[in-house]
Design a binder for this molecule. Sequence first.
Ligand code: NAP
Length: 282
Amino acid sequence: MSLILDGKSTSKKIESQLTERVKKLKSIREQPPILATILVGSDPASATYVRMKGEACKRIGMDSLPIFLDASTTTEQLRAEINRLNEHPDIHGILLQHPVPSHIDERACFDAIDPRKDVDGVGCLGFGRMSMGLDAYGSATPQGIMHLLSAYDLRLSGLHAVVVGRSPILGKPMAMMLLEADCTVTICHSRTQNLSDMVATADLVVGAVGKPRFIQETWIKNGAIVVDAGYHPGGIGDIELSETLKERVRAFTPVPGGVGPMTIATLMLQTVIAAERVLLNH
Ligand code: NAP
C-alpha cells in the first residue's frame, strides 16, 4: 500500500496551529499579522490564487491587504509600491503574484521586497541564505513540499532526488532544499538528454515542468516517492499519476489536494513567523 501525501489535511493541521498563534498575537499586541498581496493585471488564474491566499488569511484570523495594479504598471511603479509596503510598519509580509506582465522586470521587483517581509521566499538573498543552510523564508511551493514530506516522516537522507524543472521559484529552490536534506540531487530541464533514464534512477521525483502529464508513469521506478507540483485545468498535474503507478510507488502527492494547499499553508506560516518577529520581538 502506498502512502498518500495528503496536502489538504496536512495544511488544515498547520492552519489550526496558526489560528492559535494569531489569536495569541492579537491578545498580546491587539494587532493581526497582515499580508499584502499584489496582483498586476487581470490574469484569471493569478486572480484566483490571490483570492485563495486572501481567504486563507481570513480563515486563520489574519488580515490581508489586496493591491490590484493595472497591467500597464511599469517596473519602477511596481518597485515604488513594494517600497511603500516595505516601509509600512503594519505590513508583515508581501506577496507579489507570479507571473507579472512580461514588460516588467520580475526579478528586480522580487528582489525589491525587504527580506524580512519576503514571506513567499522569492528574493535572491533568501534563496542564497536558504541554500547555505541559514535562516530564510523558503520559496513557498518547495518549502510546502518539504513540510509535507516531513509531516509523513519520510526519511530523505541519501535518497537520489530528481527534480524536473529549474524555475527560480520552484525547481531550483526545491533542489537546494533536498540537498540540504542530504539527498543526492539531479536537476533536469528542457535541454536534459535522456530524461526518462534520469527519472528512472530517482528514489524521489519532483514534477515541476508545467506540462500536463509530461512525466510518464513508465519512467518511474517501483518504490519511488512521487511529488507532483504541477497543476493544470481539469485537476491534472505534471506526472501521469495512473492507478497502477499509485499502487507501486512508496508515496505520492494527489492532484489536486497535494502540493497546492501546502503552498498556501506555508505562505501563511511564514507570514505569522514574520509578524511574531516584529510584534513579539522573536
Ligand atoms: P516554469 O517557470 O515554466 O518552469 C518549467 C521548467 O520545466 C523549466 O525549468 C523548464 O526548463 C522545464 N521544462 C520545460 N520543458 C521541459 C522538458 N521538455 N523536459 C524537461 N524539462 C522541461 O514553471 P514553474 O513556475 O516552475 O511551474 C511548474 C509547474 O508547477 C506548473 O505546472 C505550475 O502550475 C506548477 N506550480 C504550482 C504551484 C502550486 O502552488 N501548486 C506553484 C508554482 C507552480 P528550462 O529552464 O530549460 O526552460
